[in-house]
Design a protein around this ligand. Sequence first.
Ligand SMILES: O=C(O)c1cc(=O)[nH]c(=O)n1[C@@H]1O[C@H](COP(=O)(O)O)[C@@H](O)[C@H]1O
Length: 232
Amino acid sequence: MTDARDRLIVALDVETVVAARALVATLGDAVSFYKIGMELAYGGGLTLAQELKDSGKRVFIDLKLHDIGATVERATRQIARMGMDFLTVHAYPQTMAAARAGAGDLKLLAVTVMTSYDDADLEEAGYAYGVADLVARRARQAKAAGLDGLILSPLELSTIRAAVGPDMLLVTPGVRPAGADAGDQKRVMTPAQAIAASANHIVVGRPITRAVDPRGAAQAIVGEIAREIAGA
Ligand SMILES: O=C(O)c1cc(=O)[nH]c(=O)n1[C@@H]1O[C@H](COP(=O)(O)O)[C@@H](O)[C@H]1O
């Protein structure tokens, strides 16, 4: 089991590589694992991803791939060549099978249902399932497709852990320290609650990156995780 610091993944959701580098410097050894998503990737973030790896950090590439199989397989192979730790793909069976074929040792995480969605959002988007049922269905399909883990909200962790077993990585955004602004997240819990509910990693962005003291905010979350692990 990784230590408390390695359980926190900081979402580097900033516009430029310059801003991201400044944030990484501020966070220093308080953070060991970063996520580079679409905003930063489209601003040169994949170069930074390599820099972060070279400096000993772990890196999660969050591009949420979803396309025809051939394109997903080849795009996944490109990310695998970069030697990154995690990549997200949407939890559609064709997409997951194609990504698996291209991934090699790269760990693949299936995005189940966005943490900014609730049942009404799924209905509006044309789905016949509510959040709990769709996450469960996609979790089963991801496991069958040989994916390494799932992105899901903290609310589904306990049920899905029981369904998929101990080996799948459960990685959860939608995490907010007590009293923090939820923003556009609809399915949230605190860091301690998410860890108690069996998250391998929690993903936190704005509560750290937009904090007056980002390093202090990250240290407080790592401390909360450490206390939860020690008490468990
Ligand atoms: O795939 C993700 O990382 C992701 C999936 C999801 O369902 N919800 C979600 O918020 N995320 C990402 O997790 C991060 C959460 O950021 P904050 O809401 O600022 O903590 C963002 O980078 C999102 O893109």
